[in-house]
Every structure is written in structure tokens, then in C-alpha cells.
Write a protein that binds this ligand. Structure first.
Ligand SMILES: [Zn+2]
Length: 277
């Protein structure tokens, strides 16, 4: 069975470019005994596949039937086995491609999250008075405003309980990672709740600014569903073009709908949300 023409064509073009090609047009059998499988590869997420002479989902075998990866710059062939480390090494050292390992990419994403918190904290002028609970020599390495921003982001997106902060096991883990953290973390979930409400107020006011300065009309979408505890919840999302020209989507409200599900009843909730902004 021949493979899809576009893939075969692309592969052949690459092999011709490698100056040793003499592939048969229209055939799935390529030079140097390479062949394209009819099956598609799944889950090839490594960036090395962006630097491969064939598409990430194509499975190409060498003459011995082993699946291979081929550098799209120098056409070197490496066997696809035992991960992608040898391909990364090849791309970096032989073809001078500036690649990150998945570990480096992950660290960079964390760093971006932390930098975002720095920007948030600067924009929000959160110069709250804070009580330092005790003194350790390490405390200086933790900025309490950043800690608060990151903590709130974490617990609100990961469904973590307010009371987690009081759990000894959790605090031991943090203590191990950075002994300076403990003195800035509240003892109870009540304070965490206050942190969240404070962040909510800050983010809400920035969204209000954003919406009031928007370059477009505000388009509203509404969705009604039932929560795990059987409440009817109405979600209201605003879509608009912000001052930077970017299309934005922001959740404006997640409100409980009391009474029937009629349009009229839902409209009351939607109007209340709109007036809030
Ligand atoms: Zn190469």
C-alpha cells in the first residue's frame, strides 16, 4: 500500500535534497531502504519532531524495520528508541539548533508564571502591611506578595482546600523546599480566603478597566449548567477587543440561578452581572 502522496512527495523531496536520492515516484518505498508505514504515530510531542524531515505522525522504517528520525537539516538518520535525547544532542551539537530539553522548557514555563506574578503584584501595588511571624535567616528570599499571588493562582486553579495551608505535611514539604516560606504563610484557611477575595477584587477591577476601554462592543455568552452539589449555575463570559488589539475572553460571573430556567429568569442574572461591570 502506498502512503499518502503528500507525505511520499515530501519525503522524496528531502531525500533528493540529500543528494543521494533516487526514489521511485509514487511509491512508499524510498531510498536507502527506508519505507513509510501506513500507520500513524501518536503522542510524538517532543520538539525534535519539528526538526524532522518528515511529519511527526509519520512512521518511517529503515531497512531493518526499525523506526527512525531524520534530521531535516543534514539528513542524518537516528533510530527512534530510548527517547529523544540522542536527537536533541545531534540537533544541538551537529546542526547548532538551539533546543530546550523538556525539563528546561518546564522550568521556563514556571519562570514565566513567577514573572507574571511579579507583574501582577507591581500592577496591583499590593503593599499590604504584613506581620512577619518569626525570623529566620532565609526569609529574605521569599517575597510575600509574590508568594500570595502564586498561592492564590495555585489553589484556585487546582481545587485545593483553604485548609491545606494548615496541614503539617504540606508545610513540611514547603519548609524543605524553602525554609523562608513558613514565616509568610498564614496559619489557617481563613486568611487564605481573604487572600483570594483580595485578589478577586484586584483582578475584577482590572477587568472592569479593560472592558470599559475596549475597542469593540462587549459580546456576552451565557451557559447554564448544574454543579456537583445540584445547584443551577449560570456562567457569563464577555468577549471583546482590548486596547492592545487582542481578542479577550473573561469570565464576568458565575452565579447561582434560583427559580425556573426561563429566559426571563436567566436575563435577570445576566443583567445583574453586566451592571457589576
Ligand atoms: Zn542534523
Amino acid at each position: 500500500m502506498p502512503s499518502s502522496p503528500s507525505l511520499a512527495t515530501q519525503l522524496q523531496a528531502n531525500f533528493i535534497a540529500s543528494s543521494q536520492a533516487s526514489s521511485e515516484a509514487g511509491s512508499s518505498r524510498l531510498t536507502r531502504g527506508l519505507s513509510v508505514s501506513n500507520q500513524k504515530a501518536k503522542g510524538r510531542t517532543s520538539q525534535v519532531w519539528n526538526h524532522c524531515s518528515f511529519p511527526p505522525d509519520a512512521i518511517v522504517h529503515n531497512a531493518r524495520g526499525k523506526s527512525i528520525w531524520q534530521c531535516k537539516y543534514c539528513f542524518t538518520i537516528l533510530q527512534e528508541k530510548g527517547g529523544t535525547g540522542h536527537m536533541i544532542t545531534h540537533l544541538r551539537e551537529k546542526c547548532k539548533i538551539n533546543l530546550q530539553t523538556s525539563h528546561e522548557a518546564r522550568i521556563e514555563r514556571y519562570q514565566q508564571g513567577i514573572e507574571e506574578s511579579f507583574r501582577n503584584v507591581i500592577n496591583q501595588n499590593s503593599d499590604y502591611k504584613r506581620r512577619r511571624l518569626n525570623t529566620t535567616t532565609y526569609t529574605e528570599s521569599v517575597d510575600p506578595s509574590i508568594l500570595e499571588d502564586l498561592y492564590v493562582k495555585w489553589i484556585t486553579s487546582c481545587g485545593v482546600s483553604f485548609n491545606m495551608v494548615g496541614r503539617e505535611e504540606f508545610r513540611s514539604l514547603l519548609q524543605y523546599l524553602n525554609p523562608g516560606v513558613d514565616s509568610w504563610l498564614p496559619a489557617t484557611g481563613d486568611t487564605i480566603q481573604k487572600w483570594i477575595m483580595r485578589k478577586y477584587a484586584l483582578y475584577k477591577s482590572s477587568i472592569i478597566d479593560d472592558i470599559q476601554n475596549s475597542l469593540s462592543k462587549i459580546h456576552i455568552t451565557v451557559d447554564l449548567w448544574t454543579s456537583g452539589n445540584y445547584k443551577s449555575i449560570l456562567g457569563v463570559v464577555g468577549h471583546y477587543i482590548a486596547t492592545d488589539g487582542q481578542l479577550k475572553h473573561n469570565v464576568l460571573g458565575v452565579r447561582e440561578l434560583e427559580g425556573d430556567h426561563s429566559g426571563e429568569n436567566q436575563a435577570k442574572v445576566v443583567i445583574a452581572v453586566i451592571l457589576d461591570f
